[in-house]
Design a protein around this ligand. Structure first.
Ligand code: BDP
Length: 325
């Protein structure tokens, strides 16, 4: 199940020829909720290619996409336990576990994707990555997830007042529940894979996500009003199980860290292209993109900051992020 140490001694002797069945000694199993071809899936694949090349075929990554290893919150638990080796996930499902992850998950904390990139590339990013270790994970890198906005099936959100009476799915994070409540709506935490049918059957009125997820999950088919309020620019984490990590040599750890770091530029490139393409595709499929005055949304977030930025350490982290140009 977990990291497989394959013996390169596994050989086949056929008609006097000795063939090495597999030179790969370490196979890391990686989980992603997104489908094949999605920027995060492709970036981890790229990381695996870099690793194969640099380890001369000794270390590889098997990427399991489309939640094949379980929905995100479960896959995170499995990675903390060492059953899965590598996880690519949103910061959201970590909020209830790792306090530092609440800060980059605060609504409107980042002024833009560029601001987010500068923050995570600097010392604040390094401190946030380090916060994963006491929780059974080694944070390797941040990936991009653009900006998340609300989308609905029946009642379009053209102003903050239209949030009232609507029920939105959020990731499994108390912070996101309170964020939606602060906007005057109701929130239901639920796994990503259940959202489509929940909207279709009217259990919820809508959800919120970035354009590539809105498109690739096909949520656009059941919720055609996409309101560009861009409440969250929440980055994503690429992490390795600490139990896997502790069984690797320092040399192999360095190779893995470097390959992860080097995959970031590739992911950003794919991300930028996917984001632009997704908006075009959803419009072509009949979605209405609604421009909105964000200020009332921003103003409504004060109680969320008060409630979740609840220690001097987290207050300091917020101030450091705001100070980055
Ligand atoms: C996507 C994130 C993914 C989350 C999903 C969600 O990339 O990690 O699982 O949103 O809303 O944008 O659950």
């Amino acid at each position: 199940m977990n990291m497989i140490f394959r013996l390169s001694a596994s050989v086949a002797v056929i008609a006097g020829l000795t063939l090495s069945a597999s030179a790969q000694e370490i196979v890391l199993r990686s989980s992603d909720t997104h489908p094949d071809g999605y920027p995060t899936v492709e970036a981890v694949r790229h990381m695996g290619e870099l690793l194969m090349e640099r380890s001369h075929g000794r270390i590889g990554i098997e990427v399991y996409h489309s939640s094949q290893l379980g929905e995100e919150a479960d896959a995170i638990e499995q990675t903390r336990l060492g059953v899965i080796d590598v996880i690519r996930a949103s910061f959201g499902p970590f909020n209830n576990i790792i306090p530092e992850t609440k800060v980059p998950s605060l609504p409107y904390i980042f002024r833009s994707t560029d601001h987010m990139r500068s923050v995570v590339d600097g010392d604040v990013g390094a401190d946030i990555l380090a916060a994963f270790e006491p929780h059974g994970l080694i944070g390797l890198a941040f990936y991009d997830a653009g900006a998340r906005s609300f989308y609905t099936g029946n009642t379009p959100v053209r102003s903050i007042e239209d949030m009232a009476g609507q029920k939105f799915r959020v990731m499994q994070s108390d912070l996101f529940v309170d964020m939606v409540v602060a906007l005057g709506a109701d929130a239901v935490p639920m796994p990503y894979g259940e959202v489509y049918s929940a909207i279709q059957t009217g259990v919820i009125d809508g959800a919120e996500n970035n354009p590539p997820s809105y498109e690739s999950s096909a949520h656009v088919e059941v919720a055609g009003y996409y309101t560009l309020d861009e409440h969250l620019i929440v980055p994503e984490i690429l992490a390795i199980s600490k139990s896997t990590w502790d069984r690797l040599s320092p040399e192999d750890q360095a190779l893995i860290q470097q390959a992860a770091t080097d995959s970031v530029a590739y992911q950003r490139e794919l991300w930028d292209a996917a984001e632009a393409a997704a908006l075009e595709t959803v419009v072509a499929n009949g979605a209405e993109i609604i421009e909105i005055d964000k200020q009332p949304f921003i103003d409504a977030m004060a109680p969320v900051y008060e409630r979740y930025v609840d220690t001097p350490e987290l207050q300091d982290l917020v101030a450091r992020i705001q100070a980055v140009e």
